[in-house]
Every structure is written in C-alpha cells, then in structure tokens.
Design a protein around this ligand. Structure first.
Ligand code: FES
Length: 130
C-alpha cells in the first residue's frame, strides 16, 4: 500500500489496482485504518468495510457476498453484514456492526477514504460507545 494522499476531500489510501480484485470476490488490506475488506461485484460496485465480524472477529472477506442485498455473510456463524452501512442485518438488527469507508477507482487504482463513512458506535446507546 502506498502512502495516503491528502486533498480537499480528505485523506485517501491507495490499496491496489482494480484488476487485483477479481469480480465477485473480496480482498483484505492492512491499512493505517486497520484491516479493511474491499468487495467487488460483477457489475462494478465496490465496497470497503472493516474486515472483522462484530460477533467473533472472523474475516468477512472469506464470507459469502450477496449482490442483491449488498451484504456479506460471515463464514463462521452466518451473520449477515450490510456492505453499505456496516450494520448487522441477520440474525437481528443490533447496535453491533462494522465501519464502512468510501471507495473509488482513480486511474485504475482502488482507493479508500481514511475516515470512516459510518461507524457502528454512532448507533450504540449512550455509555456503550468506546
Ligand atoms: S464470527 Fe461472524 S458470525 Fe460469528
């Protein structure tokens, strides 16, 4: 990973070339923002989320991607995590979740914004957010 690039839009981290992520798969990156999973669908949609299941910390990049629901099913116990807002959609919506990040492609390179787009702590009841 190359160093972050600051700009008007905040800091973006370069992750890889788009071709490095095969469509319908996900790839894990160790970044300054922690372990990040980038999910690429066949139609070009890309999502970047914290690559750690909120249940027992499995890598979500080993999970089963669902293009219609824009989610990933955890490989360990089947929790379904939204790729758009990081919330747990199955078994029940809860205050748990993962951070999500904006992701873009520039000159064939996949980049993610260093600051999270959504944080699960924002949904937590007062006193529980860490
Ligand atoms: S570790 Fe993900 S559902 Fe249990």
């Amino acid at each position: 990973m190359s160093e972050g690039q600051a700009g008007d839009e905040g800091e973006w981290l370069a992750l890889c070339q788009l071709d490095d992520i095969v469509p319908k798969t996900a790839k894990h990156f160790d970044t300054g923002a922690g372990g990040i999973g980038v999910f690429r669908f066949e139609d070009g949609r890309l999502f970047a989320i914290e690559d750690r299941c909120p249940h027992a910390y499995a890598l979500l990049t080993f999970g089963l991607m669902d293009a219609a629901k824009e989610s990933v099913m955890c490989p360990l116990h089947g929790w379904r995590i939204s790729l758009t807002d990081g919330e747990v959609k199955f078994p029940a919506e809860s205050c748990m979740g993962v951070r999500t990040y904006e992701v873009r492609v520039r000159d064939g390179q996949v980049e993610m914004r260093a600051e999270p787009k959504t944080k699960p702590a924002e949904n937590m009841p007062e006193g529980l957010a860490g």
